[in-house]
Ligand binder design. Structure first.
Ligand code: MTE
Ligand code: MOS
Length: 683
């Protein structure tokens, strides 16, 4: 597997509540449930139980750590005007895909053949895990994916565990077995986004220039490694966010805890990185008496040859273009004045605004994942059946791929069909992840199209007035193969942690988001008034799909930073196991005005048809809502004379917002006794 070996069924030591011990096969779901409730297990308590990041730090319970340095941080701290320290905790997030983890395994009754219909982003991995579990070669296991009812990173690795258990059941009974997790089980068992704690020390000049930044962060990986180290790496690689920071020391620890194992989640660590960075940016602005937007703008990356902390150069000019365009379309300056007016006139309602730069490096920093395959058949009637290594989960990948094939073959999209993804047609595929599936599979499809066109070329030449169907028919009669594979070998991306150097992405996707909110200082509730997002999507293959992805990712980010909160008991039992306890954004949480636009005139020579990957980056845009809330809280605190920096942990739920708006009422809330056991803990 990626990372550690993972136990599929626990053999001896249960290390979290929600670990799978056994599976029960029955002739109906009801019977299976009755049997499951009859299973009695006696446990002995583990010592010590490590649940929170604080626990992990205390017990040095780490999977590993990473470090990244740039410049000369110690000398830099000597030369700065001022320093500040602070920290922020970011809670996890549940994927909450509409379709829970689901798999159907059909034993074929011959030669150990197994057919599996699986809701997975990574068919090749599920195939491998199932083959290994059954002790059969991979050529006996075919995994098919028609479409996934949402995945968001939660169906890259985790699905294979459910698939392996189901496959064993099917193999043992010789009958088809289906396993579909109920929402509560899915929430309990399959983990989610990694909670993070970021502690920082920043050296800056009184005019707002940032000189030196030291961040130590900890992430809650849960009881197995899964993607935890990669997520931690992604956080370190993105703690610069959109800013040029001359001196840096970034350290990260991946914590092993007794919680269900966390995994990939849309934008893979970058949301945690941006919220840490923007926390100290806001603190610096407060200390300097400047607006946060001024400090951000002053420290933005600029120019054609910008350089990341890992010494990869990139062209950041489009980031600045997004910034200027977003401020303009959002009428930022006028609205900021109007907000100040509103706040002068209202004591118990406050408004806030925030504009935040977004940057995401695109590509798998693991070299071998940057490859893809495609297979195209042309039938005698001219219709085309197309398949490639990627899976469709609502992100519009298949639509874009058909567009690419249609463009290359110069035939209408309606002549091309894509029926499913299968390990039987395109083998050894990478997961549909990291937002680069169009980049990779699109190139493979293009290659397959070019092979076909080369074969058809003589017939086009002989009959220039003919149609696609004429050429196809002629080729068939002349015994020319009408089936072609395509393969794409992507860039050799890598990160050398020893040297602190790497080329971790092929290019950057940029954006800027500006949000305005209104908080109710007495209840802590808030209203999302308006958000403007400008994204650099290169030359978009399909603006409707891309804008849909930006809106969806933004809503998911808004949920992460302002509403969605996983609650654990002091013994590590997840309380929040459904929409009644766990609040995902609803219609009323979408800003009354939501304007998404794509930066015009952007080109990207690094990806298919000059496009850019866009499935994840806009999650980061949700952070503009969080910092708009923080801005509104700051206005409320001014009323009681509090003008300094303050901590606001993510998500900014009503209770946190309420308590941060310190006033005569919050002072009446009794402080809990130090030895009292809380209802829920911060993990
Ligand atoms: N959009 C929908 N509707 N459903 C999803 O599950 N997953 C996201 C994003 N957009 C997702 C989605 C995640 S986590 C990734 S990595 C990308 O889609 C993957 O697809 P892509 O590479 O085609 O962008
Ligand atoms: Mo997306 S988290 O890369 O599946």
């Amino acid at each position: 597997m990626i990372g550690d070996e993972e136990e599929i069924l626990c053999e001896s030591e249960v290390t979290c509540v929600g670990q799978i011990i056994c599976g029960i096969v029955a002739d109906s779901q009801e019977h299976a449930k009755m049997a499951a409730s009859a299973v009695k297990i006696t446990y002995e308590d583990l010592e010590p139980v490590v649940l929170t990041l604080e626990d992990a730090i205390q017990h040095k319970s780490f999977y590993g750590h990473r470090k990244l340095e740039k410049g000369n941080i110690d000398a830099a701290f000597e030369g700065v005007d001022q320093q500040l320290e602070g920290q922020i905790h970011i809670g996890g997030q549940e994927h909450f895909y509409m379709e829970t983890q689901s798999v159907l395994v059909i034993p074929k009754g011959e030669d150990g053949e197994i057919e599996m219909v699986c809701s997975t982003q990574h068919p090749a991995f599920s195939q491998r895990v199932v083959a290994e579990s059954l002790g059969v070669p991979s050529n006996r296991v075919t995994v098919r994916v028609k479409r996934i009812g949402g995945a968001f990173g939660g169906k890259v690795l985790k699905t294979s565990i459910i698939a392996a258990i189901t496959a064993v059941a099917a193999h043992k009974t010789g009958r088809a077995v289906r396993c579909v997790l109920e929402r509560g089980e899915d929430m309990l068992i399959t983990g989610g986004r990694h909670p993070f704690l970021g502690r920082y020390k920043v050296g800056y000049m009184t005019d707002g220039r940032i000189i030196a930044v030291e961040v130590t962060c900890y992430c809650n990986g849960g009881n197995t490694l899964d993607h935890t180290l990669s997520v931690l790496e992604e956080v370190l690689l993105n703690l610069d966010s959109g800013y040029h920071l001359p001196h840096l020391r970034l350290t990260g620890f991946a914590c092993r805890t007794n919680l269900p194992s966390n995994t990939a989640f849309r934008a893979f660590g970058q949301p945690q990185a941006i919220v840490i960075t923007e926390s100290w940016i806001t603190d610096v602005a407060t200390k300097c008496g400047l607006s946060a937007e001024k400090v951000r703008e002053m420290n933005l990356y600029r120019g054609e040859k910008s350089c990341t902390p890992y010494k990869q150069t990139f062209d950041s000019r489009n980031l600045l273009r997004c910034w200027d365009e977003c401020l303009k379309t959002a009428s930022y300056r006028n609205r900021k004045i109007a907000i100040e007016e509103f706040n002068k006139l209202n004591r118990w309602k406050k408004r806030g605004i925030s504009v935040v730069p977004l940057k995401k490096s695109m590509g798998f920093s693991v070299p071998f994942l940057n490859q893809a395959g495609a297979l195209i058949h042309v039938y005698q009637d001219g219709s085309v059946l197309l398949t490639h290594g990627g899976t469709e989960m609502g992100q519009g990948l298949h639509t874009k791929i058909i567009q690419i094939a249609s463009h290359e073959l110069k035939i209408p999209m309606s002549s091309i069909h894509l029926n499913e993804t299968s390990t039987g047609t395109v083998p050894n595929t990478s997961p549909t992840a990291a937002s680069v599936s169009t980049d990779l599979n699109g190139m493979a499809v293009k290659a397959a199209c070019q092979t076909l066109l080369q074969r058809l070329e003589p017939f086009m030449h002989d009959n220039p007035k003919g149609t696609w169907n004429d050429w196809v028919k002629e080729a068939f009669m002349k015994k020319v193969s009408l089936s072609a594979t395509g393969y794409f070998k992507g860039e050799d991306l890598f990160m050398d942690w020893e040297k602190g150097e790497g080329t971790v992405g092929s290019y950057m996707t940029f954006g800027v988001a500006c949000s305005e909110v209104e908080i109710d200082c007495l209840t802590g509730d808030h209203k999302n008034i308006r958000t403007d997002i400008v994204m650099d999507a290169g030359s978009s293959l399909n603006p409707a799909v891309d804008i849909g992805q930006i809106e969806g990712a933004f809503a998911q980010g808004l949920g992460l930073f302002t509403m969605e909160e996983l609650k654990y008991s002091p013994k590590g039992v997840l309380y929040t196991r459904g929409p009644a306890q766990y609040k995902v954004p609803a219609v009323c949480d979408i800003p009354e005005q939501l304007n998404v636009s794509l930066l015009s005139g952007s080109r990207n020579p690094k990806a298919i048809h000059s496009s850019k990957g866009l499935g994840e980056p806009a999650v980061l845009a949700g952070c503009s809502v969080f910092y708009a809330i923080k801005d509104a809280i700051a206005a409320a605190r001014k009323e009681t004379g509090l003008t300094g920096t303050f901590t606001l942990n993510s998500p900014s739920t009503p209770d946190r917002v309420r308590m941060a708006c310190v006033d005569q009422f919050t002072k009446m809330v009794p402080v809990s006794e130090p030895e009292s056991i809380p209802w829920a803990i911060l993990v």
